[in-house]
Design a protein around this ligand. Structure first.
Ligand code: AMP
Length: 284
């Protein structure tokens, strides 16, 4: 595995693969790699000859007062993990490399970006789209792998790639969970043992909504209220949002119809740690 930290060198490497018709897959991450990330690398491996994993804690996608400075970083561990899963190039630029002095240009997808996560984290998707567009220009991938864990990110980035004609196929990987159901996340390390035990309520509330829908409940407000009641039984939990929305437009739904595949998503603060999770369900 080669470790590359300059944009120019990354582009040079990518251009070298082109004439040899080698398909390139990129797996963008913010590092602190866990099994969820590694499953993306494995999926990338299955879909391309060359896998580029990127590790970059992107300052522009953190809103004011969020955890940019304390976000967990461990590049040595990440590079061992990325290599053991078959990464060919680990791209690890620093902030000055990606945002040199005088940087001015941003990519935005209005509408989709203003809902759910975007409502709670102003500017988040502007930062995400900008860095993903830049990574696409650095790596020139044929395939990009993203996790369903960040369902709205998948929608926003797919729209951006279509609108800007990036010739990239986006592959979505399922959410990997801990044994008790908590979605794997680099932020889980922030949780105290008590918070860690209570954090599984995000997943339990999604399972509850699945049961309610399975039993014939179709009123979204009622389903959300049952999920909220369950979450509020945990002293460390503070709800940011619980949503049942159309899985492609993210518009909130009032009621469900047979055959709908809504996106159920939520963001909850467990102590000081903001966690997200989601599920798509086919309404029976
Ligand atoms: P992050 O490092 O949190 O920015 O995530 C990098 C990529 O890994 C994103 O595409 C995420 O959606 C994906 N990812 C994060 N957590 C998981 C998980 N538990 N299962 C699958 N993919 C994940």
């Amino acid at each position: 595995m080669r470790i590359v930290s300059s944009v120019q060198e990354m582009q040079r490497q990518s251009r070298e693969f082109r004439p040899r018709s080698k398909k390139i897959a990129v797996v963008p991450t913010m590092g602190s790699l866990h099994e969820g990330h590694l499953s993306l690398i494995r999926l990338a491996r299955e879909n391309a000859e060359i896998v580029v994993t990127t590790v970059f804690v992107n300052p522009t996608q953190f809103a004011e007062g969020e955890d940019f400075t304390k976000y967990p970083r461990d590049i040595e561990r990440d590079s061992l993990a990325a290599e053991s899963e078959g990464t060919d190039i680990l791209f690890v630029p620093d902030v000055e490399e990606m945002y040199p002095k005088g940087f001015r240009t941003f990519v935005e997808v209005p509408g989709l970006s203003g809902l759910l996560e975007g409502k709670s984290r102003p500017g988040h998707f502007r930062g995400v789209c900008t860095i993903v567009a830049k990574l696409f220009n650095c790596i020139m991938p044929d395939v990009a792998v993203f996790g369903q864990k960040d369902a709205q990110q998948v929608l926003v980035v797919s729209k951006m790639a279509r609108d800007l004609d990036f010739p990239v196929r986006i592959i979505v990987a399922p959410t990997l969970r801990e044994g008790d159901g908590l979605a794997m996340s680099s932020r889980n390390v922030y949780l105290s043992p008590v918070e860690r035990a209570e954090a599984v309520v995000l997943y339990h509330s999604l399972q509850l909504s699945e049961r309610l829908i399975g039993n014939g409940e179709r009123n979204c407000r009622l389903i959300i209220s049952e999920m909220e009641k369950l979450i509020m039984t945990k002293p460390s939990a503070r709800i940011d949002y619980v949503s049942i929305a159309d899985a492609s437009t993210l518009m909130e739904l009032e009621s469900l119809q047979r055959g709908d595949v809504p996106l159920l998503s939520l963001a909850v603060k467990i102590g000081g740690t903001r966690l997200i999770d989601n599920l798509t369900i086919k309404v029976p």
